[in-house]
Design a binder for this molecule. Structure first.
Ligand SMILES: Cc1cc2nc3c(=O)[nH]c(=O)nc-3n(C[C@H](O)[C@H](O)[C@H](O)COP(=O)(O)O)c2cc1C
Length: 170
């Protein structure tokens, strides 16, 4: 089983999540390549795809959306798992609920393109220098808290699920 784990990041947190998913998967016997979505050459040699993107304005970064379309066109029918990295963790209730509510919108980006095996929205990292002045004002107004909200046990458990499903699919 050969898996491509591809990520699109602006500030690095999605890359580190992809690398952790790769590490967990390879420890479970999956042969893994971890690459930025815009540095993927041939995809026909992979049995499985895990594609993740930072979320900006409730959408994936365009280069990650493009790779999903490539998978659908060039490797139709092969399993594709998706993860998004956003900021639910940085918000308090009830706004946290609003942040998780973006999940259907994220998935809707792939309507008619492909049906992923599963999608998970993880919390990432948000720092003042990532945002414009307007962005910082809005973030403050909605009570956002800067920080690293990645839940590594949650990420590793999801990666283990992907690896487990992959090995039973062989
Ligand atoms: C300009 C900008 C817009 C963002 N918009 C959203 C958003 O709409 N929804 C969300 O959940 N997170 C949003 N975020 C939070 C990021 O997706 C989150 O911080 C993530 O960890 C960034 O990943 P990266 O470090 O791989 O770039 C935004 C961050 C920035 C900088």
């Amino acid at each position: 089983m050969r898996a491509l784990i591809a990520y699109a990041t602006e500030h690095g947190s999605t890359r580190e999540i992809a690398e952790r998913i790769g590490k967990v998967s390879s420890l479970r016997g999956v042969q893994v390549d971890v690459r930025p979505t815009d540095q993927v050459d041939a995809i026909e040699g992979y049995d499985l795809f895990v594609i993740g993107s930072a979320v900006h304005d409730q959408q994936w970064l365009p280069r990650a959306r493009f790779l999903v379309r490539r998978c659908a066109a060039e490797a139709p029918g092969r399993p594709v798992w998706l993860f998004s990295v956003g900021m639910p963790g940085a918000l308090r209730w009830p706004l946290k609920r609003w942040a998780y509510a973006e999940e259907p919108k994220l998935l809707a980006q792939f309507d008619g393109v492909l049906e992923p095996v599963a999608h998970r929205l993880f919390s990432g990292v948000i720092a003042p220098e990532h945002l414009s002045l307007t962005g910082r004002l809005v973030f403050r107004a909605i009570g956002g808290r800067y920080g690293d909200y990645r839940d590594w046990p949650e990420i590793e458990a999801w990666a283990a699920t992907v690896a487990q499903a992959s090995s039973t699919a062989v």
